[in-house]
Write a protein that binds this ligand. Structure first.
Ligand code: 4NP
Length: 162
């Protein structure tokens, strides 16, 4: 087996609401499958406003409610300088996808989080920051619905590198 884990970065705008939740959900599915060692997961935002901050309390409590934790999360920013550090980016929305490609990621490296629902075009995971608590449950459900399909595809890529 390839010694290096596949490096996967979940990306949203602020790295306090959507991508930290996506990261812990997919990590937990990988642990349940016994394949966590194949991956190095992290998350980042394209914006810098919240760098160093913890997760949004509404995302943190949603995680807790589902048996997950965002206690150790600290927001970070993805920039052009750090694009080379990653094998795959999982974008929450099409703005994130566009921004990552503009930073130098190749289009086939940038996957959409909601590409695993059988739709012709992946919908966005909507930004819940300015909405109410319901938006966070909505985001959680979308992430959960795509986590298994995403991990299936990530495992294929990781195996191809063996
Ligand atoms: P996220 O949500 O991209 O899911 O982390 C946001 C958090 C903060 C802001 C926007 C979106 N903001 O404009 O500060």
């Amino acid at each position: 087996m390839n010694q290096q884990p596949l490096r996967v970065l979940f990306v949203c705008l602020g790295n306090i609401c959507r991508s930290p939740l996506a990261e812990v959900i997919v990590k937990s599915v990988a642990q349940d499958r016994g394949v966590a060692d194949m991956f190095y997961f992290d998350s980042a935002g394209t914006g810098n406003w919240h760098v160093g901050h913890g997760a949004d309390p509404r995302s943190a409590s949603k995680a807790l409610e589902k048996g997950l934790s965002l206690d150790n999360h600290r927001a970070q920013q993805i920039t052009a300088k750090k694009i080379q550090d990653w094998d795959i980016f999982v974008a929450m929305d099409h703005d994130n996808q566009r921004d990552l490609i503009a930073m130098g990621a190749s289009p086939d490296q940038v996957w959409m989080m909601r590409a695993f629902e059988g739709k012709a075009h992946a919908p966005d995971v909507p930004d819940p920051y300015y909405g109410g608590a319901h938006g966070f449950e909505n985001v959680y459900v979308m992430l959960q619905q795509n986590a298994q399909g995403l991990l299936d595809e990530l495992q294929k890529v990781a195996k191809q590198r063996d």
